[in-house]
Write a protein of this length. Structure first.
Lengths: 396, 396
């Protein structure tokens, strides 16, 4: 039995009301997994057919209270294995470095955890559906340029980021942080961003300055950035050394120490069906199915397959080129929906020829990260069910 | 029913005798898929517990007759979008550039095709088992250094390689060739190699000079290299524009033109069980299982799981660190074999947290490339079969 009903599960966790969400300027129908810290994703239809998500629908993943920072008093420290430690105001960043803009998708490592929860429970972790992923146009300066100004010393292999948002979820409680390898930090795509879709960053998305690390898990795009440190080793912060790691299925995450498991970084190829979302019965007949596909790091999506028979046969969807090398891609296909229930399955192939694993069962891990299995949505029609047969859509 | 018996299938294609293989200096028990062009892989046990394969066991993939080149008359041309076209003898390469050595694994894009053949036939393609992969210590100079001497011009985005071995399998017949992106070509790991394990390259492995492109499919490690061309676009050679591409399952490869499908490059995480190989019944009880795991591009293998119940539960094998960032890794685990038949399943996770797809059925493609599904070997014991049960090893 293939796991299904992710949409229904996500809908079930909707809590709160538009009033509660007011401070963060989010749409009324956000699915709020937690109010404190604020964790919410938009419904599937809000991401459909929109290359840019828009701030009001952009998912929000927080590990502690959202800081309210006085941008005028704020400074960025650049230190560690550098020749010239820097202290930079926002004005310094704007004046001393070339402004850059990049279209980039950001995806939470827990995106699509709901599919893993249908396999086995994951205590303490939020049941993210497939919408903990969003895309914006980010404005700022290259981290590479700032590091060049500071002069990275030999021996530095990683660049760590620190923020002031103290997370009660960390053990011990500590501000959020993380690092990326120097080779990624000095690439042409990693940004210190103050702008989002042409406006200053909102508080909930990291004002006054945040990291944007395209192609990597969202946890490395540290918000409310206040310190950049060149160092020999990866970050020892709880959210890199302990959390955001894939543990073996039988590991107890409350007992594993720093360094256990596989540290997540570049995102694996994934996809989701966004519309129809299975929530409303549809008339049988020709129906456009649409969604996103995304390949992390420097990869793009090369093919998107859709199946109405659980993966026995596949048809290629129309796949848009990515708006930038660092974004998701929109796809669509018109299928002829028979009466009754139809399970629609989608899978993507990246530009190196890698594709998604079949089922969340094989990917289940104790913290519930990196579910990039085939996406499945059950569509119900207002017509009568098809005659039963060995290849019917209902035998999944 | 999971595909099994890959070892048996490969054994069935063994043809020829030690006499036939004499010219290439290969071991007597190579599994020869084709004598002309010469295509052969070693048996599983020959790769087991050996970080370096050794020339006599190294798999051999050829698309045409093996050229015999007079190394003294041979020259390498470096041309295209460069400021200073070069013509270099072997002596020039040795004198003008720093000698470099790299341990690197080379894997054929068709490795483990036999697993796909159990799903559906693939006419005209050889049934490679899991041993079209080998590792050597290569000696030569960095392609990056040679390109720097030639001065790559703006506008160059790819570097193409040409060889003299005319392949009758190409349409139209043409010498073998291919290209890699400039960013890979100028990396610190791509070699123009004249040496293999401390000796001059043998003819069958590309004498006098070959490419070594670590982490990418073997087809880009062009043998008998005679020309390196900086250019704007990827190679139009048949073996890149038409072959070595993943086509959708229902595509007819005899009718697809250049550019169809997904061009293969970096290799996806894979693994194989090498010993025991399932060929001989074993006594029940503690048994060491060993094999290789390999992740392409700049990734390594972070975890190797073994299951005796078809993937319901997994145990982590002991995994050696890679001898270099560009090689496979050896793993081993001692399991308690019950009486009767046991299917052993292995899967690897790469350093980004990506893992292998479950079954070859989902990966089947018309040319039979890139089967990186879980590996499975059926082991038979000399003892009596276990009592049947719902989670027994025989119900796969």
């Amino acid at each position: 039995m293939a796991p299904l009903g992710e949409a229904a599960r996500v809908a079930a966790v909707r809590v709160g009301s538009a009033r509660d969400m007011g401070p963060w300027g989010k749409r009324d129908d956000m699915l709020v997994h937690r109010r404190d810290p604020f964790n919410a994703e938009p419904p599937r239809h809000a991401l459909a057919r929109r290359p840019l998500t828009g701030c009001e629908s952009f998912y929000s993943r927080n590990h502690g209270p959202v800081p309210r920072i006085d941008a005028r008093a704020w400074r960025l420290r650049v230190d560690g294995l550098v020749d010239r430690p820097l202290t930079l105001s926002l004005g310094d960043l704007r004046e001393r470095f070339a402004e850059r803009e990049i279209l980039a998708t950001v995806q939470c490592a827990g995106n699509r955890r709901a599919g893993l929860l249908e396999v086995r429970d994951i205590p303490g972790e939020d049941p993210w559906g497939p919408c903990a992923i969003s895309t914006a146009r980010w404005t700022g300066v290259l981290l590479a340029d700032v590091l060049a100004a500071a002069g990275v010393r030999p021996g530095a292999r990683h660049v760590a980021f620190a923020a002031p948002d103290v997370s009660p979820l960390a053990d011990p409680p500590q501000p959020f942080g993380g690092s990326i390898p120097l080779v990624k930090a000095t690439s042409g795509e990693v940004l210190l961003a103050w702008g989002m879709d042409g406006r200053p960053l909102p508080d909930v998305h990291g004002a006054p300055l945040r990291m944007i690390v395209p192609g990597w898990i969202g946890a490395r795009s540290v918000k409310w950035l206040e310190r950049v440190t060149a160092q020999a080793d990866p970050s020892g912060n709880y959210f890199q050394a302990v959390a955001y790691r894939i543990l073996p299925p039988d590991a107890d995450p409350t007992r594993t120490g720093p360094g256990a498991g596989i540290s997540l970084g570049p995102v694996a190829v994934t996809c989701a069906i966004l519309a129809p979302d299975g929530g409303t019965p549809l008339p049988p007949g020709p129906t456009e199915i649409t969604g996103y596909a995304y390949a992390g790091e420097d990869r793009t999506v090369a093919r998107l397959d859709v199946s109405l028979d659980g993966g026995r046969t596949w048809t290629q969807a129309e796949l848009d080129p990515p708006p930038s090398p660092w974004t998701w891609q929109e796809w669509r296909i018109t299928v002829d929906l028979p009466g009754g229930d139809t399970v629609v399955t989608a899978r993507a192939w990246d530009s190196t020829g890698m594709t998604q694993p079949e089922s969340p069962a094989a990917l289940w891990n104790p913290k519930g990260y990196a579910n990039n299995s085939w996406d499945r949505v059950r569509l119900t029609t207002t017509g009568s069910p098809p005659a039963p047969g060995p290849t019917g859509p209902g035998d999944q």
